[in-house]
Design a protein around this ligand. Sequence first.
Ligand code: ASP
Length: 323
Amino acid sequence: MELGRLMVLGTGGTIAGVAAVAGDNVGYAAAQVGVQALLAQATAGGEVGTREVRAEQVAQIDSKDMDFAVWRTLALRCQHHLDDPQVGAVVVTHGTDTLEETAWFLHCVLKADKPVVLTCAMRPATALAPDGPQNLRDAMVVACAAGLRGVWVVCAGEVHGAQQVQKVHPYRPNAFSSGESGPLGWVEEKTLRWAQNEAPAQARSTLVAIKDVAQCASWPRVEITMSYAGASAATVEALVASSVEGLVVAATGNGTVHRALQGALRQAQAQGVAVRLATRCPLGQTIAHPEGDGFDFPCMPGLSPVKARISLMLELAAAQAPG
Ligand code: ASP
């Protein structure tokens, strides 16, 4: 079978970072090296597969500064290539800081009947032992896996799904985790090994069609507020006063909210602000009571607060979209 072209889209990040001193793994500038050069570095150890590979620079940013304009451009370029019958798969190089958010955003908006694999690095390209070239090679291996579709994340030899994956460490090269479920698979010497012997299906949850992403010049404003010991109503009140449209509460434990916040959140809801709960616990997910869910506000189980924010933003955008 003829394998379609592999598109590698660059967006910046530490994988494209440059330090003045080779041993410096923290004092570097992210997003300096072009994606074509990253690809050359990654394939210096030999071609990964038999596919034709092309690179395209979509953005060049430190992913801590990710915004909707870049997301929109990236989503549209991904869909453009996915829709091209000549293209078999897309790889995206990205910073680690917001990689899990981009993965979830793309998961929610792309019609991805082919694989889209995000990868990154924790060490700049100039490091004594850069992890980027191997990560990019591994991502290309996953992208070439037969029959794969949907959005994936590859880092430090591990394969993760868009919903579970989270950056859990600020420094070590294996900075990502899928929590209780662990990685879905591993890449070992150009071979993909699934934890369950076959590619797991990722539930499709398209919230906004890609054509609506193209039309969307600005997104509903959704912010995250956290419930913690000593919380007060002040942040919520300030956000409502500044015309926030949605609020995700990073709630304690099983979706519980400090009583000092509850009144302000109810008030916000009464004024038309969409309020949702997501637990701030890194593992597990909120459990509804069998008789009535028992939560103060609608809950978004299985999503971290940052991913719940993306889902709520898309939900509001879909509701506002004409037609
Ligand atoms: N600040 C960098 C970024 O997210 C960190 C990294 O890529 O590791 O772009």
